[in-house]
Design a protein around this ligand. Structure first.
Ligand SMILES: NC(=O)C1=CN([C@@H]2O[C@H](COP(=O)(O)OP(=O)(O)OC[C@H]3O[C@@H](n4cnc5c(N)ncnc54)[C@H](O)[C@@H]3O)[C@@H](O)[C@H]2O)C=CC1
Ligand SMILES: O=C([O-])CC(=O)C(=O)O
Length: 269
């Protein structure tokens, strides 16, 4: 049997905690090795139910303990989390995909040292089809995101543009622009748009609309793609996790991605 891949988790929030529990329960080929959290005492308490305890350490101490780190922390921490792993030729699974924009040096670091950055499908769907279509010619990619108000409040774009959504009674379009612009204005809410753009035609050509909808319960993303190989549209309606900005399926996507890394049969692009 091969030695299991030692997994570190950076950020023990909605995604990180779910993943830690899944790794503890068993994902073939993987073992939880270490965790990083803002509040070590709280993290240790949250992990008390694990069958095999793991150390809770500072972000900078994760790399020697693991072969792969799952970044599921506030987006500003991405370089701190990723750089040591990439410099050591290791793998980084990135959830804060928006933070990759403008940080192309991370990809260069991976290239130079034989490391790897993986962006899982996360809260989205259909990146397999978008990747395939991008091998031909994609004419356009458009995404329309609708979120309940609590999934959007606090986004810097709203404050910068004096948009108040707390008391809206009807759906309100709060943003129209590119994935790059959305990543800057909604760093904790629209990683999916950046993941889509990286799979397809890039952050400057991927068009996005964001709606705040007071009647909605689920974070909803609709994608429309026009390509020379196919036309397709897809919608996902995400049940929010404990973090209303984050769909429950996000952690499941990471679990599926880790399972696929070690699987003898891999389905999907
Ligand atoms: N790519 C995708 O499809 C999706 C990406 N995301 C992104 O994934 C990331 C994680 O999402 P959630 O788990 O919902 O966020 P969360 O806010 O629930 O968890 C983040 C955790 O990081 C911890 N943290 C803060 N400072 C830290 C430090 N210095 N060291 C270690 N940990 C620290 C926080 O205490 C918190 O527990 C976010 O950036 C989010 O925007 C979320 C949903 C979908
Ligand atoms: O993209 C994100 O960061 C989160 C999101 O929209 C979702 O979970 O539906």
């Amino acid at each position: 049997m091969e030695t299991p891949l030692r997994i570190a988790i950076a950020g023990l929030g909605a995604v990180g905690l779910k993943l830690a529990r899944a790794l503890d329960a068993g994902i073939p080929g993987c073992e939880l090795a270490a965790v990083s959290a803002r509040d070590h005492a709280a993290a240790t308490a949250r992990l008390a139910g694990l069958s095999r305890p793991v150390p809770v350490v500072e972000i900078g101490a994760l790399e020697p303990l693991a072969d792969l780190v799952v970044e599921c922390a506030p987006s500003a921490l991405l370089p701190q989390i990723a750089e040591p792993f990439l410099r050591a030729g290791k793998t980084v699974l990135v959830l804060s995909a928006g933070a990759l924009l403008g940080r192309e040096h991370l990809v260069e670091l991976a290239r130079a040292h034989g490391g790897r950055i993986i962006v899982p499908t996360g809260a989205l769907l259909g990146l397999d089809a978008v990747l395939a279509a991008a091998e031909g010619e994609i004419h356009s990619v458009r995404m329309i995101t609708r979120k309940p108000v609590r999934g959007l409040v606090g986004a810097p774009y709203l404050a910068e543009n004096n948009i108040a959504i707390e008391d809206i009674r009807e759906p309100l379009r709060i943003f129209q622009g590119t994935a790059r612009e959305a990543a800057a204005g909604f760093p904790a809410n629209l990683n999916v748009a950046v993941a889509l753009s990286l799979a397809g035609i890039g952050p400057d050509r991927t068009q996005l609309e964001i709606w705040a909808d007071p009647a909605l319960e689920r974070n909803t993303h609709r994608i429309e793609v026009e390509a020379d190989s196919a036309r397709f549209s897809m919608t996902i309606e995400n049940v929010p996790s404990e973090n209303p900005k984050t769909g429950r399926i996000t952690a499941l996507s990471v679990i599926a991605c880790l399972r696929k890394l070690g699987a003898p049969l891999r389905v999907g692009t």
